[in-house]
Design a protein around this ligand. Structure first.
Ligand code: TA6
Length: 304
């Protein structure tokens, strides 16, 4: 982004003690948030929350140090926005996996200092002909972010057209953990899931989710909080959600991570994705004039 664009952004939206705009990795324009509760960095490309670190805590989001930060390239880590479909496009394999929202430019629409000291930001996806060619529906989408002692992200989709459309979506959130062997995910006990590692076979979760090989599961019909218990960091990450019926758990493990090329050596051991989604059987129908808000609230607790 041109430096004058950054100066225009700072003129309109910077707030001392909260947010300013600067050139980030790969020359991507970013919002840099630093308040009494936490620090965070959000790329305007994809309205991509790259980092969130509450004061006194280790980073909560995982961001690859080997990622390619470049225009039009999805960032490996943080909170990629999968919209308006999750996974491959239903009928056109030439379209980007997980939709286009995470690799196109969004614009800053609002920033604010909250009474409790948190920082609020609102982003809007910039409509282009290229986007309309992939998504021929009259819609708008905004991301509302509150950076504080918790991280709150809400994806607001509005149907401004005359016909309903089906929406697949996710916060594809990468969490920083001490080591995958020292971690368990609770909250999905008894849930049905589609196991993408085994041909989307349908199974039921027995006990906590522990990871010792590639895991790629879409848990269905669940609105439950997920808890990442990290024994190494002696902390619990809570992912609460609203208007989400799917939770995706993913770790590529060694071979797939090496193939992807942007995890770094053994990078997969320090991360797990717990994704707040509406995917596969749980895609959402948005009727004309309706607004659908996917909400995730991430917080950190001590692990007794
Ligand atoms: O959410 C898990 C998943 O769908 C995996 O199947 C894998 O494709 C992952 O997303 C990463 O996808 P990406 O396009 O970001 O490399």
């Amino acid at each position: 982004m041109e430096s004058n664009d950054l100066s225009a952004l700072n003129t309109r939206f910077a707030i001392p003690g909260h947010v300013r705009f600067k050139e980030g990795p790969g020359g991507l324009a970013v919002a840099e948030i630093a308040n009494t509760h936490a620090e965070s960095m959000i790329a305007l490309q994809g309205a991509h929350v790259m980092t969130w670190q509450p004061r006194g805590q280790e980073p909560v989001l995982w961001l690859s140090r080997h990622g390619k930060f470049a225009p039009g390239k999805s960032i490996r880590g943080g909170v990629p926005i999968c919209w308006p479909w999750f996974g491959p496009h239903a009928t056109d394999a030439s379209l980007p996996g997980h939709g286009f929202a995470r690799t196109v430019m969004w614009e800053v629409k609002e920033t604010g200092a909250q009474p409790d000291g948190a920082t609020f930001l609102r982003f809007g996806l910039i409509e282009t002909d290229a986007i309309r060619a992939q998504w021929p529906h009259s819609s708008s989408v905004e991301l509302l972010v509150t950076v504080g002692a918790e991280l709150k992200v809400e994806l607001l989709t509005r149907n401004s057209g005359g016909a309903s459309f089906q929406l697949g979506e996710a916060f594809h959130t990468y969490f920083h953990i001490s080591d995958v062997a020292d971690m368990a995910i609770r909250g999905l006990e008894g849930c049905a899931y589609l196991d993408k590692v085994e041909g989307f076979s349908r199974k039921i979760q027995q006990g906590a989710v522990v990871i010792g090989s590639e895991v790629d599961r879409v848990y269905l019909d669940t609105g439950a909080d997920c808890l990442i218990d990290d024994r190494g960091l002696k902390r619990r990450i809570r992912i609460a959600k609203r208007n989400s019926r799917s939770t995706v758990v993913w770790n590529p493990w060694t071979e797939k991570a090496e193939k992807m090329g942007d995890f770094g050596p053994q990078g997969h051991r320090g991360m797990v994705c717990v994704e707040t989604a509406n995917a596969l059987d749980n895609v959402v129908t948005v009727t004309p004039g309706a607004e659908h808000g996917l909400l995730a609230v991430i917080s950190v607790e001590a692990l007794e």
